[in-house]
Design a binder for this molecule. Sequence first.
Ligand SMILES: [Cu+2]
Length: 147
Amino acid sequence: MKSILMAAAIVALGLTSALANDDLAKDIVVYKNPECGCCTKWVRYLESHDYNVTIESTRDVYAMKKNLGVPEKLAACHTAVIDGYVIEGHITHRDIKRLLLFRPDVTGIAVPGMPIGTPGMEQGNTKQPHDVLTFDDRGNVEVFAKH
Ligand SMILES: [Cu+2]
């Protein structure tokens, strides 16, 4: 009896996390320069993880970043918006998921610059250590994840 209850509990837990994942937003808008190759590679990466990507081509990504509240010092190439959050740079789908699951009170997350080894910036097996940072409209910047 005890083991049946345990099994039921495990199944219930499994269902809950599956539901939570399925409920997360998959529609994402990516603002990028039409000539940006690594941005396009990041879009393909998102699509391979089942995101529905809408590309907004712009020649002035910096004006876009400013409008969306990305601090200048955290700027990368592309900027994206998903479910009310801003995603700056070459972020992994896992970090996007984690952001949407925990919903911290921030504007978004950023990987400044373009570290080698991030999705869309692959170069063999090279991985440049870097932080994923949160930012908000009060100038707070905190570490969200270390890679
Ligand atoms: Cu890039």
